[in-house]
Each structure stands twice: as C-alpha cells, then as structure tokens.
Design a protein. Structure first.
Length: 284
C-alpha cells in the first residue's frame, strides 16, 4: 500500500507536535517535519534540536498516534556552507526516525555542488539518512536533468532525486524526463496541484510554491501522467500550502481534504496503469 504523508509546509502554521496530532486525526500515517527552516525568516524555527521539550512532545505524539516521520528538511548547499552545523539536525532526525532529507542546491557550480552533496551524504550515512536533491527552477539545480547530473557526479549511494510536482511543471519537465529518472534514485515524491497557467516570473513561482498551491485534482497539472511516469507505489508526501484556505478551514479540515485528494489521485493513477498495460507503466 502506498505511503501517504503530510509535509509540514502544507500546514505551515503548526508546530511539529501539532502537525503530528493533526496527521493522526486526519488518517495520515506519516509526516514530513521542518527541522531546519528552508527560508528564514519566512519560516519560524522550532526548538526541536537536542533533547528539547518540543522534541519529546513530538515523539510522544508520534507514538500515541501511530504516526511515523517520512522525511525532514531542509538542507541548503552552497559553497562556503559549514556542513558541521547540520549535525544537530541529523541527530534529531535520526531520533525521530526520519530517513529521508530534502536538499536544495543553491550552488551554481555543479562540480562544487556534487562535492558538497557527497560530503553531506557521508554525514547522513552515519545516521542511516538519504539525501534527496530537489530540482527547483530558481536555484542552482533548476531541472531534473541538472539534478541527475549532480547526483551522478556525487557518486554516493545515499544520494537520491526528489521530484516535487509543482517544481517539475514549472521547470518544463516532460513525462519523458520523469520516466528517464532511474527508479532506484526516487524514494518518494512531493505532490500537489497548481491552478492557472505556468508563471513566467520567478517571484510568482516562489509565491505559489510557498503559499498558494492546490490539492491534487483541484488544479491544472497532469498529476496522473506525472505519477504514472514514475516508479509504482512510491511514497507520496502532500506538500500543498493553500494559504487562502487557512482562514476558512481548520488544520484538520485541510488535512482531511488533502488526504482524500491524494487517495483519489492514487486511484486514478492505478487506473491509468491498468489501461496502459504491463509495458506502459512508465510512459516515455
């Protein structure tokens, strides 16, 4: 059965223990936690590093609610970054049981980025944590092809490719691009929808990605085609902040709506695979 997780960005206003509580109440079995804010000061840090009261509360709620940690974020790699500062994040992730990390590549030099990724993977290896490099149109890794090139140059077994459906669309990725990704490099997919035409300016792309995505089936992306092009039964993480709903629906209501949308999408993808037959599971 496909793992369905809810990412912290979907319910951006919650603390980690609150996210776990809402996930349990909404039927999610997994969560994605923000242990290292992606874009401070836009994201508020939570006191989760070390043996903090909030970390203990999060662990207790995970145990009581039957919720596991799928992944965590976010590591940003750029020349000059001190990788040692990520050690407390890795330690906390390991304690929480998360085995997948989201990595953004801010370094424009692919050779330098590959070296940084290798070093980060080595640190993660000691904790059993894999590093998922996420192509994002406005970073040093704008496309899936660019990410695959860096992962290949990195030459580390712990390096993975992160596919986020909105970023894949905004970067102009085709279904053939997705199908060309080696299945063994994809541990899970961040899924959401998006409304309207593809933005042409970076500012709008960033705003939509961080604040105004859509739940699967409520936008214009070819999510069925995207997921059918990827390995079957890959875990799905709902990363769909919809700030326009935050004032009208509670966190639990949004989480339940999002989970229902992901489950419906899984059903449509399964039907697509059945219709395509055994040779059409990963269209190219």
């Amino acid at each position: 059965m496909t793992i369905v997780s809810i990412d912290h960005l979907t319910l951006f206003e919650l603390t980690p223990p609150e996210l776990v509580r809402v996930a349990a109440e909404s039927g999610f079995t997994h969560v994605g936690l923000r242990l290292n804010p992606a874009a401070p000061p836009g994201e508020r840090p939570h006191p989760m590093l070390g043996d903090s009261p909030m970390r203990r509360e999060t662990l207790a709620r995970m145990r009581d609610g039957g919720v596991a940690a799928l992944d965590f974020g976010v590591f940003r790699l750029k020349r000059g970054v001190d990788l040692a500062m990520f050690e407390p994040v890795l330690e906390t992730a390991a304690v929480l049981g998360a085995r997948e990390a989201v990595v953004n590549g801010d370094e424009p030099d692919p050779h330098a980025l590959a070296d940084l990724l290798h070093q980060l993977c080595e640190r993660g290896r000691r904790y059993g944590i894999r590093m998922n490099l996420e192509p994002t149109p406005w970073t040093g890794i704008p496309t899936i092809a660019a990410a695959l090139s860096v992962i290949g140059a990195c030459q580390h077994a712990g390096a993975r490719l992160m596919v986020d459906t909105i970023h894949a669309d905004r970067s102009g990725a085709t279904l053939a691009d997705l199908a060309a990704a080696p299945p063994g490099l994809i541990d899970y997919v961040q899924v959401c929808d998006a409304k309207g035409p593809r933005p042409t300016d970076v500012e709008t792309m960033i705003y939509q990605a961080r604040s105004e995505r859509a739940f699967p089936g409520e936008g214009d992306l070819d999510l069925v085609g995207m997921l059918a092009a990827l390995p079957p039964d890959v875990a799905l993480s709902l990363e769909a902040p919809v700030s326009s709903l935050a004032g009208r629906l509670t966190a639990v209501e949004r989480a339940r709506r999002g989970r229902a949308a992901v489950l419906a999408l899984i059903g449509r993808v399964a039907a697509c695979r059945r219709d395509a037959g055994p040779t059409g599971t990963r269209p190219g």
